[in-house]
Ligand binder design. Sequence first.
Ligand code: OTU
Length: 637
Amino acid sequence: MSKSDVAALSMDTSLLARARQCFLAEADPAVQAEATGRFDRHAPRLLHWLTALYGRQPMFDAWLLSLCTTLGTLARARPPALRELDRERERDPDWFIHEKRVGYCAYVDRFGGDLNGVADRVDYLENLGVGYLHLLPFLRARSGDSDGGFAVASFEEVEPALGSMGDLERLAARLREARISLCADLVLNHVADQHPWALAATQGDQHYRSYFYLFSDRRVPNRYEQTVAQIFPQTAPGNFTHNDVLRSWVWTTFYPYQWDLNYAYPPVFASIASALLQLANRGVEIFRLDSAPFLWKRLGTSCTNLPEVHQILSALRAMVDLVAPGVLLKAEAIVASTDLLPYLGVGETLGSECHLAYHSGLMAASWTALSEGRTTLLRQLLDSTPPLPAHTGWMTYVRCHDDIVWGVLRSDVEAAGDDFTQRIGAAAAFLEGRRPGSFGHGVAFQSADGHAVHGTNGMASALVGLDSAGNAVALRRFALMYGLAFAVGTVPLLYMGDELAQPNNEADEDAALIALDSRWVQRPRLDLARLQQQLDPSTIAGKANAAIKALIAARHDPAFDPQASVETLACDNEALLAIRRGERFMAVFNFSDKPQSVDWSRLHAGDGWTTLLQTADDAGDDTGMLPAWAMVWRKKP
Ligand code: OTU
C-alpha cells in the first residue's frame, strides 16, 4: 500500500468509538487504564487495516464489533505472568535485540519425545545459551501424512502423542523461568482436509465452504496455474486438488491435503486471530507465521507477496500490540530479498508488520559462496540489504527443517548478469556431491530432472562434508557457515543436531518418509550418544559443540552490538568476505580452499584491535594468512 493510499483511507471515528466500547466492556477497573491506553494506541491501526481489507463487505461494522468483543475477552483472559511480560516488553521494545538471543529449532518428538520431554531438556538449552526455542508444529495434525505437522487439524488441541494443552502451558512456564521464549508455528495459510472447517465445508455448510477456494471446474484454476509457481513440483504437482464429495477443485498450494484458507472472507481472519491469541495466552511468545506470502490470491499474479498479505499481517500485528504486546511475530517468507523487506514494515507508512523475518537469501547465498569459493553473491546480498526499521531483526540461519530454496536468489543472480540455472545449478550440484572435488553430501529436492534448480536438503555437517571425514578443515567450514549467521544476525538460529554435528538422517524407521520427501534427511532424532560426547573435545560432536558455544559467547562481548547494521568492507579478494558491525566489531571469512592473506590495516582493524574469535591457529595474527575456510572475529576494546 502506497503512502497516498494510506492517507486516502479515512478513519470511521464513530465505528472506532463503538469498537472501543466492545473491547473495554467488562474490563476490570484495575487494568482499565492499561487496556484503554493500548486501545487508543493500537486500535486505529487495526481498524485501518481491517477497513482496507474488508470495509466494503456487507455487515462489516457488525463483524468488526464482534471481533473487538472477542479481542477484549482474550485480553482479559491473559494470565498475570504474561501480563507482566507484556508490560516489561512495552517498556523495552528492543528486548529481543539487545538480549543477544540465540534461537534453537527442533521437532518436539525428535528432540524430547513429547512436550514433557522437552521440558526435561530446558537445562540443556540454558547451558547452551539459548534464549528462544522454536518447536516445529505440535498442534493436532491430520492422521496419516501431515507434512511434519504442517497440516493442522485443530488449533485447540496438542497432537495427542506429544502431550496436552496443560503440558504446553507448563513447558512455556518452565521456559519463561529460564528466560527462553517459546516460539510456535502458526500455520495460517492452510488447514488439513480433516480440520473441522474443511469437514463442515465437505458436508455442504455454506459458511465453511467460504473458508476455502473451491472451483466447480478447471477453467479458473487453469488460468491461475499460468502464473502460480509450484512448491512441491514432484510430490504435489499443481496448486489444485479435486475433491469428489464437493465435486470441486480445492486450492492446495502445498500437499493435496492442505487446503488454502480464503482470507477474503472476514471470518477466516477472525478465526485465525483467535487461534493466535489463545496460544499466546497459553504462553507462546513468538509466532512463526508459516507460508505468509501465500495468504492472498489474484488472477494474473504469482499469488504471493500481494499487498493484501501485508494488510493481513499489519492487522495481526496491531492486534497483538493491543492484546498481547509481549508477543513477537516472525515472517516465514522464503522469497526474493526485495519481496522480503515489506514483511518487516519497510516502505509502510504505518510501520509495524513483523518483528522478525528469516533472511533466507543470505542463507542460500552463503551456501553458494561455499560451493563457489568466492563471496561475490554474498557481498551483493549484504550490500543490498537496507538497514532494518527500528525494533525489527533478522533471523539468520545455516539450516532449517526445509530445503535450501534456491529460487530466492534468482533476481540477485540475474542482477549480477548470470544465468540462474547455470550458476545456482552448479552450486547445488556441488553441495550434493555431484561435481568433481565437491565435499558435500546434500540431497536434491524436487528437481530430479537434473536441469531444474529447486532445493537442496541436508544437515549442515553433511553439506560441509563433516559427516564422513570429521577432519579439522571440514569443521572449519562448519564454523564458517555458523560464524557468518551469528555475526550478521539479530537472532541467529541453531538447528537441532547441528550443535553436535549430527549427520544426515538415515534412520531405517524414517526411510519411507525420506523417500517421499527428502527434507526428512535434515530431521533426525537427537543423537543421545553424541549428546554424551558434547564436552569431549576428542569427538566431532564435542568439537562442533565447542565451536557453537564459542560463537554464542563471542556475541556476548560488549564489542558486539546487535543493534548496529552490517557493512561489508572492500578487500580486493573474492575469496574473502570482510564485514564490520558498529565501531568495535569486524570479521573476515575465507570461503575458499586456499589460504588468503589479510591486510588488517587496510581493513582498519589493525592497531588497537584484538582477536575475539578465530577458527584456525594464528589466523588472527596481524601479518598472518587466513587458512582455507577459516574465520576471524576482531574487536576494539
Ligand atoms: C513452510 O515452507 C514450512 O516450513 C514447510 O515445512 C511446509 O511444508 C510448508 O510451509 C507448508 O506448510 O512455502 O514460504 O520449499 O520452504 O514449503 C515458505 C519448501 C514455504 C519450503 C516451503 C515453505
